[in-house]
Design a protein around this ligand. Structure first.
Ligand code: AMP
Ligand code: FE
Ligand code: FE
Ligand code: ZN
Length: 276
């Protein structure tokens, strides 16, 4: 089986495995190409690439960024980026600082709801990685303040809930040009059930290279629809498991949401065209 999974998280964002362990699990699942796509962070790429070279697993440098397009949250995956780019590093550092401020505000909101979650516990869960809502959920479960990870999202921190705080979303045009400026390709991550045409058009005009058609949240109909859109607008196709490990999905998800290596070859050809 020669397949690729281009959407994976590590401890450098809200995943539970360090990059080398993730690569090991990917190998065991029979994957030959993967991408590490942590939220607002590329710190796991170097370790992943090194582990991959030991195990003959190709690790494509990646990142996942949250943007806002006409009032909708749209996640963008960047692949083949130069992770040493100074502008990128500064941009990501800013986003991680904003995440920290947001985590503080969520904890304050929880306190006003009489939930005594300590910020230190959340930061302990996040470690060196970009802090996010999953760390808050894990911390609350561990502290006995909630019954389950899902419960925390449903009752407190999910969109519109009492302790919900919106994240700082990047401007999508800036995000796509940042990725292109780092020599990378950008993909619309898990567009889900309905992406309004105006949003799609704006993304295409801003230079998006492709669309993540394969994702655990996509039904066969959804996949077919985005495949059609990709063909119609000359977009490339990507896909992956969005694996985080732990309470969200276990290692069984690895190898279940994949794309053929021919899709990765097509990406490389597109990169070649960009470089001209
Ligand atoms: P954040 O980037 O801090 O807003 O957190 C978003 C992350 O939380 C996503 O990437 C998922 O990993 C996770 N997530 C979002 N919504 C849910 C949910 N309803 N249940 C479980 N995990 C979720
Ligand atoms: Fe995540
Ligand atoms: Fe996402
Ligand atoms: Zn993701």
């Amino acid at each position: 089986m020669h397949r690729a999974d281009l959407h994976l998280h590590t401890i450098h964002s809200d995943g539970v495995y360090p990059p080398s362990e993730l690569v090991d699990k990917a190998k065991q699942a029979g994957l030959s190409v993967i991408s590490i796509t942590d939220h607002d962070n590329v710190a796991g790429v170097r370790e992943g690439v090194a582990a991959g070279s030991q195990l003959a697993v190709e690790v494509i440098p990646g990142v996942e960024l949250s943007t806002s397009v006409d009032g909708r949250e749209v996640h963008i995956l960047g692949y083949f980026i130069d992770t040493e780019n100074a502008r990128l590093a500064e941009f990501l550092r800013f986003l991680r600082e904003e995440r920290l401020k947001r985590a503080e505000r969520i904890v304050e909101k929880l306190h006003s709801l009489k939930i005594p979650l300590r910020l230190e516990k959340v930061l302990e869960k996040a470690g060196e990685g970009s802090v996010g809502r999953p760390h808050i959920a894990h911390a609350m479960v561990e502290e006995g303040l909630a019954d389950s990870f899902q419960d925390v999202f449903l009752k407190y921190i999910g969109f519109g809930c009492s302790a919900y705080v919106e994240k700082n979303h990047c401007n999508v045009e800036e995000t796509l040009s940042m990725i292109a400026g780092c020599g990378g390709l950008s993909f619309i991550a898990h567009p889900g059930n309905a992406i309004p045409e105006q949003v799609l058009i704006r993304l295409i005009k801003a230079g998006v290279d492709g669309i993540e058609t394969i994702h655990p949240s996509h039904s066969p109909d959804t996949i077919a629809r985005y495949r059609g859109i990709a063909m119609e607008y000359f977009l490339l196709e990507s896909g992956g498991s969005d694996f985080h490990g732990g309470r969200r999905n276990d290692a069984a998800a690895l190898g279940q949401f994949t794309i053929p290596l021919s899709n990765v070859d097509t990406m490389r050809r597109r990169l070649f065209v960009h470089q001209k």
